[in-house]
Design a binder for this molecule. Structure first.
Ligand code: PRP
Length: 181
């Protein structure tokens, strides 16, 4: 049913699995001997984080933080709002932030700086999608699933007006869907 609103699939279910396997193996290697905290930024991180952690073979903790910047539209807004803060200290800990997409870079820039300010030992980012053409703030995630063009995408955690997060793939939304609203 949701498929009728999708122009084309950009990252298939199978590709997402391969990406998570590759990133999980790399993270397992890089964090050998450490016990990182993997912090997912809600809500978009949910499916990606759930899939990724299956392939991380480490002692690691999982935390969630609510962060929002789009507020329902198709453009990222300039203010980054924390809607749910962490319930644990990051002091002296290795932090890996798990994200669905880095677009303008503002969210990751703000949250990375905040966690460093709170005393984290290291802060890195793993993102399923990187959209470098959308950058406003200079930000380079350490672990990137795949790079996408400057198009509005939904699925596998990414929403339009809170819908489409449950698609099992990442796709380009038909422009008529957001033009009629
Ligand atoms: C999306 C996404 C990232 C952020 C990236 O979240 O999950 O957190 O935007 O955009 P940026 O690089 O331009 O800052 P959103 O604010 O839509 O909240 P959501 O995860 O609840 O959908």
């Amino acid at each position: 049913m949701l498929e009728k609103d999708i122009e084309r699939i950009l990252v298939s279910e199978k590709e997402i699995t391969h990406i998570c396997q590759r990133l999980g193996a790399k993270i397992t290697h890089d964090y050998h001997g450490k016990t990182p905290i993997i912090i997912g930024l809600l809500k978009g991180c949910m499916p990606f984080m759930a899939e990724l952690i299956k392939y991380i073979d480490l002692y690691c903790e999982i935390e969630l933080m609510g962060v929002s910047s789009y507020h329902g539209g198709i453009q990222s807004s300039s203010d980054v709002k924390i809607t749910k803060d962490l319930e644990t200290s990051v002091h002296d800990r290795d932090i890996l932030i798990a994200e669905d997409i880095v677009d303008t870079g503002k969210t990751l820039d703000v949250i990375s700086k905040l966690l460093i300010h709170r005393g984290a030992r290291s802060v890195e980012v793993v993102t399923l999608l990187d959209k470098p053409a959308g950058r406003i703030v200079e930000f380079t995630p350490k672990y990137i699933g795949t790079t996408i063009p400057k198009e509005f995408v939904v699925g596998f955690g990414l929403d339009y007006n809170e819908l489409y997060r449950n698609l099992p793939y990442v796709g380009v939304l038909k422009p008529e869907v957001y033009k009629k609203n």
